[in-house]
Ligand binder design. Structure first.
Ligand SMILES: *Cc1c(COP(=O)(O)O)cnc(C)c1O
Length: 378
């Protein structure tokens, strides 16, 4: 691919930070991990942050810490990455899917109350800020309070995203982040649990460290889900750069939206005035010919991706637990969505080239021909 769907931004500073950890000999969880926890908590404006080995282990851990037990129902959306729901199953719970809103791709809060009313065994929700766009937390928190259930925010795609000036991860009982290389910031593999509740953070710290606070004394059944210093050293640099890289993602997204919003077969991403979208993905709905467009762009050397081609209620392992279910909005979106490259390292010429080929595909005149091709005619 000439222009891949994703290219992680690893600079000189990350390399130096990793070398310094290697030289220190302290490779496992230590100083750098503690520093990343402190800096990440400060960045969000929240009291506690617990670093983990991945976003998935962070989700699983926090669900256990919140007391999810065998048979407990936990609401989430069928239109997300598998981990939002598999972590519920790992903790012994049963996912209850709530349909999404086709405009935001996020859980449709208007359908939530009906589900909560019908299911007295629902213990909590895992709400996902998909592609970097915050959910409507006001409605969600209102219902959570009313039905006395917990709210975990899956912020794996939304580092730094805001709702009315407040960062996601700080609304619910806990927030969970992923630092996988394709996310808005990375530690290689890694994750973070954030919460304003010290007791909950304490329980998480114990769970990720063999159920132990004191060496060789194990209070509860635990795991090894710790982050290591090499990853944390990368993360410290990435976090320092996050506002800037998110800003570049937003700028790239604005260019696309400006160029593509007039095409009748395309719906560009929605961004409500109250939210700051951080464009982990820039995702179009292509109402006709999504797969042909994707193949056409691939032929031109442009990588795109479908997040996600199969909604979770149709995944074999969940179907075997939950049986046949239908969520038409999610199913329809999985046939329409197409994510374009939006990462901070993209050059303006690359953005223009992508737009050029999309317009060519739809046989539309190019408002912005790449300069080199236009020059010969002027
Ligand atoms: C990436 C992701 C996760 C899982 O994070 P990992 O670090 O890959 O385990 C969970 N939920 C969502 C929505 C994600 O995008």
């Amino acid at each position: 691919m000439k222009i891949p769907i994703c290219r992680p931004f690893i600079g000189k500073e990350e390399k130096e930070a990793v070398l310094a950890v290697l030289d220190s000999g302290q490779l496992a969880q230590g100083k750098e991990v503690a520093q990343l926890e402190a800096n990440f908590a400060r960045f969000l404006g929240i009291r506690e942050a617990v670093a983990t080995s991945s976003g998935t282990t962070a989700l699983f851990t926090v669900l256990q810490a919140l007391g999810v037990k065998t048979g407990d129902r936990v609401v989430t959306t069928p239109f997300t990455f598998v981990a939002s729901a598999s972590s519920i199953v790992q903790a012994g719970g049963i996912p209850v899917f709530c349909e999404v809103d086709e405009k935001t791709f996020n859980l449709d809060a208007n359908r939530l109350e009906e589900i909560l009313k019908a299911n007295p065994r629902i213990k909590g929700m895992v709400v996902v800020h998909l592609y970097g766009l915050p959910c409507s937390m006001e409605d969600i928190l209102y219902l959570a309070k009313r039905y006395q259930i917990f709210v975990v925010e899956d912020c794996a795609q939304a580092h730094g995203a805001e709702l009315q000036g407040k960062k996601v991860g700080t609304f619910g009982d806990a927030g969970v982040f992923s630092f996988y290389p394709t996310k808005n910031m990375t530690t290689g593999e890694g994750g973070m649990i954030v919460t304003s509740c010290p007791q909950l953070a304490d329980k998480c710290r114990m769970l990720i460290n063999h159920g132990s606070h004191e060496k060789y004394l194990h209070q509860i059944l635990g795991y090894n889900f710790r982050m290591n210093n090499l990853g944390a050293a990368i993360g410290l640099v990435q976090l320092r750069r996050l506002n800037q890289t998110n800003q570049k993602r937003r700028k790239n997204a604005a260019f696309y939206t400006n160029q593509l919003s007039g095409i009748p077969w395309i719906v560009t991403p929605f961004e409500p005035a109250s939210a700051t979208h951080v464009y982990h993905q820039y995702t179009l709905r292509v109402l006709q010919g999504r797969d042909s467009l994707r193949a056409y762009l691939k032929d031109k050397g442009i990588g795109t991706e479908v997040y996600y081609p199969l909604p979770l209620h149709q995944q074999p392992f969940l179907k075997s637990i939950l049986g046949e279910q239908s969520f038409p909005v999610s199913e329809n979106l999985s046939r329409e969505v197409l994510s374009l490259p939006v990462y901070p390292l993209l050059q303006q010429e690359e953005l223009e080239e992508i737009v050029f080929h999309i317009k060519q595909f739809f046989n539309l005149p190019s408002i912005q021909l790449p300069a080199k091709e236009e020059a010969t005619w002027e």
